[in-house]
Design a protein around this ligand. Structure first.
Ligand code: ADP
Ligand code: MG
Length: 260
């Protein structure tokens, strides 16, 4: 990422985001801006609110206070007559079109081939022509290194291959922003590398990404910025050199000590 990017508008702007599940406060005022082309890696212990934050960006959860904008649009709400009103399901679906998400459990449709999984949303949800969607799906399969697996069913693919299909599926809607929630945590150790390598390629191609992961090596190499979350707060944020190489906060230091 270059300094020039900072002159642009942020693609994601989260301000004072609060989220509670009943009495349990999970996000306690998250502020984060992500600029176009930036890769932000979110680190933090289990239960710190990382997944919840990603889910709020995609409006899989609604927030209790604050705001999240993606591409200048407030997620889940709009201003009308000086008042904030909730968006309709259709409008929320339109906003989600800009955001791809990859989960720990890849959840491919088991009865569909890799190619069918990838074209499902573009054709089934967004009304693209099948021919067009298939051509793009083949491009995406090539991008994730699986050109020869188009007609394989998920059960015929390794976990790493399935996750790469899931990444291609998320890319099929041409999102402006990709959210990754521990994409390699469910994989056997020898399959982690191929998925991280695919993600590194996407980062190099300028995709804007927020990645929750425990892969410190990936964070060091691929992140423009690292965010350390704990207890529903962003405790520390900076370059990988700063946050991983020279953490300032005792909680960041304690967390990272586990990976030494
Ligand atoms: P992380 O991804 O950092 O491990 P999560 O965002 O998944 O953390 O969870 C943060 C806290 O919120 C945890 O205590 C979790 O149990 C709680 N939580 C997450 N989702 C829900 C939910 N749908 N209902 C109730 N509690 C939830
Ligand atoms: Mg999580």
């Amino acid at each position: 990422m270059t300094a020039a990017n900072h002159e642009k508008q942020p693609l994601v702007r989260a301000r004072n985001v609060h989220k509670a599940f009943d009495q349990l406060e999970v996000l306690k005022g998250i502020d984060l801006e992500v600029f176009p082309g930036e890769v932000v890696v979110v680190l933090g212990p289990s239960g710190s609110g990382k997944s919840t934050f990603l889910r709020c960006i995609n409006h899989l959860e609604s927030i209790n206070r604050g705001s999240i904008e993606v591409g200048g649009e407030q997620i889940g709400y709009r201003f009308r007559n000086n008042k904030l009103e909730k968006l309709s399901g259709n409008a929320i679906a339109a906003q989600r079109r800009n955001i791809g998400m990859v989960f720990q459990q890849f959840n491919l449709y088991p009865h569909m081939t890799a190619l069918q999984n990838i074209i499902e949303a573009p054709v089934g949800v967004h009304g693209e022509s099948k021919a067009q969607a298939m051509a793009y799906a083949r491009e995406l399969l090539q991008k994730v290194g699986l050109s020869d697996k188009a007609d394989n069913y998920p059960r015929q693919l390794s976990g790493g291959q399935q996750q790469r299909v899931a990444i291609a599926r998320a890319l099929a809607i041409k999102p402006k922003l990709m959210l990754f929630d521990e994409p390699t945590s469910a994989l056997d150790p020898e399959l982690v590398g191929e998925v991280l390598s695919t993600m590194r390629d996407l980062a190099r191609q300028g995709l804007t990404m927020i990645v929750v992961t425990h892969e410190i090596g990936f964070a060091k190499e691929a992140a423009d910025r690292v965010v350390f979350m704990d207890g529903g707060h962003i405790v520390e944020m900076g370059t990988p050199e700063e946050v991983i190489g020279n953490p300032q906060h005792p909680r960041t230091q304690a967390f990272l000590a586990r990976f030494l």
